[in-house]
Design a protein around this ligand. Structure first.
Ligand SMILES: [Fe+2]
Length: 190
């Protein structure tokens, strides 16, 4: 209950800040927040994703129905960290988003994922392809999009610390990223 109250207060605070910025006529670009310190160091977060990746199954199209949208499974959640398994269909992805102040890491188990990323306040988008057995970690202010551009399904494991409480989604404009919406309840994985 305490966490729920804190989350509601955080959402109200964010809405207030964004509203105030908009009222000043300034584009409410990247989402401001008091960055929580990750409970788990980035290196350990990536190691955790790798450890889970060694135990998961990749998508098997011949034994299951075709992968038409992202599929995900929560592998673990504690007070400090949560770990997700995600299967990505061709062209399946997630648009530019933050992780609500959580740090993260992901490791590609099968296939390849194309990532476009920037840090909070950054206007330069960096593109990177991560292939099988490659992964990376990122801090609380990280913003990225991820997509599977290959014909084969991709599988990856993602770890976050602290566990996600919200995600902000952005549009890329000539003036930089602009916050589109914040989601605090989602059925899918990050
Ligand atoms: Fe993400």
């Amino acid at each position: 209950m305490t966490n729920s109250i804190a989350l509601v207060k955080l959402i109200v605070m964010l809405d207030t800040v964004i509203g105030e910025v908009a009222a000043l006529g300034v584009t409410p670009a990247l989402r401001p927040w008091a960055e929580p310190s990750p409970s788990v160091p980035l290196r350990q977060l990536l190691s955790l994703a790798r450890a889970h990746a060694a135990r998961v199954k990749t998508w098997a199209p011949r034994s299951e129905r075709p992968l038409e949208q992202r599929r995900y499974e929560l592998l673990d959640r504690t007070a400090d960290v949560e770990v997700w398994l995600i299967h990505w269909p061709t062209d399946g992805g997630l648009v530019l988003h933050d992780h609500g102040g959580s740090a993260g890491a992901f490791h590609v188990v099968a296939g390849a994922l194309d990532e476009t990323s920037t840090a909070l306040g950054g206007r330069v988008l960096r593109q990177q392809r991560l292939r099988r057995n490659e992964g990376k970690s990122f801090g609380p202010s990280y913003v990225h999009s991820v997509v599977n551009s290959e014909r084969a399904a991709a599988t990856s494991v993602h770890a976050y610390s602290p566990p996600l409480t919200s995600m902000g989604f952005y549009q890329s404009t000539p003036g930089g990223l602009v916050l589109d919406r914040v989601e605090t309840h989602w059925e899918g994985a990050p």
